[in-house]
Each structure stands twice: as structure tokens, then as C-alpha cells.
Design a protein around this ligand. Sequence first.
Ligand SMILES: Cc1cc2nc3c(=O)[nH]c(=O)nc-3n(C[C@H](O)[C@H](O)[C@H](O)COP(=O)(O)O)c2cc1C
Length: 163
Amino acid sequence: MSSNESELKDGINLLSKEIPIDEPQGGLNGVIRLAGSIVHGDKLGRILGYPTANIAVETGSPSVIDGVYAGWLVLDDQYMPAAISLGINSTFDAIERRLEAHVLDRTDLSIYGRKVTVILGTHIRGMRKFPDVATLVARIEEDVCLARTWLQRNVHLSGQGSS
Ligand SMILES: Cc1cc2nc3c(=O)[nH]c(=O)nc-3n(C[C@H](O)[C@H](O)[C@H](O)COP(=O)(O)O)c2cc1C
């Protein structure tokens, strides 16, 4: 693979070195939503310290760019702030494309089989193959921190901010 191709594979990463802090234009009207059911993943997330809800996508744009996003997992009209990954978990030599949401500050969620919507609020970076699990976990920690900052600034978009 040429270096150009590998850059492209890393996707929009090149376009957004810094997390944008502006709210999406037009509020949440224009942002990407993916809907589906919660399915069982490999259950590695809990061991890593970042449990994720795995979503089998049923509706939504197939052309969404893979990567890590800040956004919301919406369950029964409840917007839960989340760090979201969309793509192939190549650190674990996976081959399937997955949508996973780590709901911030929640380790108690048991929502298998439930229908949810994932809202991708802002892109943080492209998916990567990390040399080892510790490096992945350190990067996820940073993603969660960036996601938290963006979500706090944009809490009004979910309609659930403090008044
Ligand atoms: C914020 C966030 C960022 C992630 N970024 C990557 C990544 O760049 N590369 C990767 O291989 N996996 C990434 N993952 C996915 C993890 O590998 C995955 O959540 C973990 O393997 C647990 O999967 P499981 O829920 O199927 O057990 C990310 C997960 C989260 C929550």
C-alpha cells in the first residue's frame, strides 16, 4: 500500500487535527444518525476499562466515514453522552466494521436487544491499528476527554442541558 493510500485509509484524520468546538450548523438537524439494536460484542471493552454498547446498524447512511466521534446514544428519548467508534478494530486484527458507543460515566448499562439511535456529533480522529493494547487504552482515554469537553459545550443540542 502506498503512503497515500494509508493516509486515505486513516480517513478524515488528516482533515481534522483539532476537535472542532463549534456546534454543528443547524443544530442536530444535519448530523448523522445511525439506528439499530444493541448486540453482544467481544466483551473486551470492560477489561480495557471502556465498556461499549455494540450496535447492529439497521438504518443510516452507509457512507459515513469511519472514525472516533463524540455524540450521543439515544435510548427511549434519553440522550446519553458517548465516545463512539465506527470501523474495524484492527488493533485486535478484527475484520468486521463495527459501531460501538462508550457511554460516559456509565458501567451499569444492560441494554442488549434494545433499539437505539447513535448521533455522531463531531469527528475526533480516524480509526487506527495500535501497536499494543496499552497504547489503544491511553488513546481512548484521550478521546473520552475530548468527547467530554465537546459534549459539555454542546449539551444544549441534546435538549437535556441545564437551564
Ligand atoms: C473511543 C473509542 C475509540 C476507539 N478507537 C479504536 C481504534 O482506533 N482502533 C481500534 O482497533 N479499536 C478502537 N476502539 C474499539 C476497541 O478496540 C473496542 O471497543 C474494544 O476492542 C472492545 O470491543 P468489544 O465491545 O467488542 O469487546 C475504540 C473504542 C472506543 C470506545
